[in-house]
Ligand binder design. Structure first.
Ligand code: FE2
Ligand code: FE2
Length: 240
């Protein structure tokens, strides 16, 4: 299915599409990431984004196990919870792939860790996001889905702008690394034509995450469709 996807066309569609009108909570969150990692889209900055990206999915998982434990006799609830669980696990794996690819690229370029990446800031940030995501997943799962949709919309645009800021990536061959090889196979590809395509593919994953998060939040009208796209998890069921 992936072969039918035109990565360049979808990247241009992301650049042309306005960002979602972020809530004030999401804006505060993005601004604090900018304050930590800078306004410019860089590899160390997307690494910060990726180091936080899997946290909400873990919070959803834990809340859904709780629901199953309480309502195991209700097939409707169990079915909904399992759909969120399955998707949450797949999304976490995918975010870890992104993180490993960025790490591999930073190592290949011998980029030194920026000062903000030394302890305790990254731990502090991920711990507070952890706590916040867990609380939100408990108190208002729909708001949790929506906040993640905003996070993923922001990530999709960040990757598009990162590729745009690196015209040299258009011709740059992909260095052979374990993470990138695994990632190509995950998408059923033999490899990537350029470094730009690797990051375009990651950006499109973020669009898929964004779409699924909007679907789970019951906001299907925000799904951005494209040729060759996978089925959107949560689109057909009413998750709670
Ligand atoms: Fe990601
Ligand atoms: Fe994502």
């Amino acid at each position: 299915m992936d072969q039918a996807i035109d990565l360049k066309r979808e990247y241009e569609a992301t650049l042309a599409r306005p960002r979602y009108a972020y809530s004030s909570g999401a804006r505060i969150f993005f601004r604090s990431m900018d304050r930590l990692a800078g306004k410019e889209e860089t590899l160390p900055k997307v690494r910060v984004i990726e180091s936080l990206a899997s946290i909400p999915y873990r919070a959803w998982e834990s809340r859904q196990y709780g629901r199953i434990q309480r309502h195991y006799g209700d097939p409707g609830i169990v079915h909904d919870a399992q759909e969120i669980l399955r998707y949450g696990r797949a999304a976490q794996d995918n975010e870890v792939q992104h993180l490993r690819i960025i790490e591999e690229k930073l190592r290949a370029e011998a980029v030194k860790d920026p000062r903000y990446m030394t302890r305790p800031l990254p731990e502090l940030m991920s711990e507070s996001y952890n706590l916040f995501s867990a609380t939100l997943a408990r108190l208002g799962i729909r708001r949790a889905f929506l906040l993640n949709a905003e996070f993923e919309d922001h990530a999709e645009h960040t990757y598009a702008e990162l590729v745009q800021a690196h015209p040299e990536w258009e011709e740059a061959p992909v260095e052979d690394g374990h993470a990138v090889r695994e990632y190509a196979a995950y998408h059923g590809l033999e490899g990537f034509a350029s470094v730009a395509d690797v990051f375009r593919r990651i950006g499109l994953d973020e669009r898929d995450h964004r779409n699924a998060s909007f679907a789970f939040a019951g906001m299907r009208e925000y799904i951005v469709r494209y040729e060759g796209m996978p089925e959107v998890p949560g689109e057909r069921s009413a998750a709670a």
